[in-house]
Design a protein around this ligand. Sequence first.
Ligand SMILES: [Fe+2]
Length: 213
Amino acid sequence: MGYPKGTGPEFQVVYADEKVGNLRDLLGSRTNYDLWHVDQTFTPNTPGITFFWVLEVPASGGGDTAFTSLTAAYNALSPAFREGLHHLKLLHTSASVGEIARVGQERALKEAVKTEHPLVISHPVTKKPVLFVNPTIARQVVGYKPSESEMLLGFLHDHIRSLDFSCRVSWEKGTVVVWDQRTTAHSAVPDFKDGERRHMVRIISYGGQPQPL
Ligand SMILES: [Fe+2]
């Protein structure tokens, strides 16, 4: 992460070329590379609205970004199942899947910033419930044994990926996507050719501390 010279840290560059930023290299051999997440939720205050736009798309195509609605995902659950989620919290940590791949597990865990947020939050403006899961950053249900946590989060992470709630943006010159991190998870689609340049910029406003229902 960085920002263009002469601007300020408010602008974050998301960049890949032949030398840096190849997600497939970073994560190693996998059967798929979706990496659903909400940005930077490991601090007490979490992101609000995000502006994300493209400077350069890969020459031979690809490099889409996928989005999924965590409000629609909550609404699709049965009332009885929702009840069981309302009092749970998740541990969010900066030792994310991507960070462990980047700096190694030992360093990532040692330097980790952690916080707990409710699993179901109330959107601060609409007051609608949101299934506030974050598959790369929040991988432990507070108070659950590891296998219990894996079972519940495995189901919820699979649930939010459904085509019922998600869409996929193909970037063209001039495309700007604006989304609310408190109700939306997103994933890179690293399907473009190795070595091709993809150059994006984003601004994220901080949205406050997530509140339970
Ligand atoms: Fe992201």
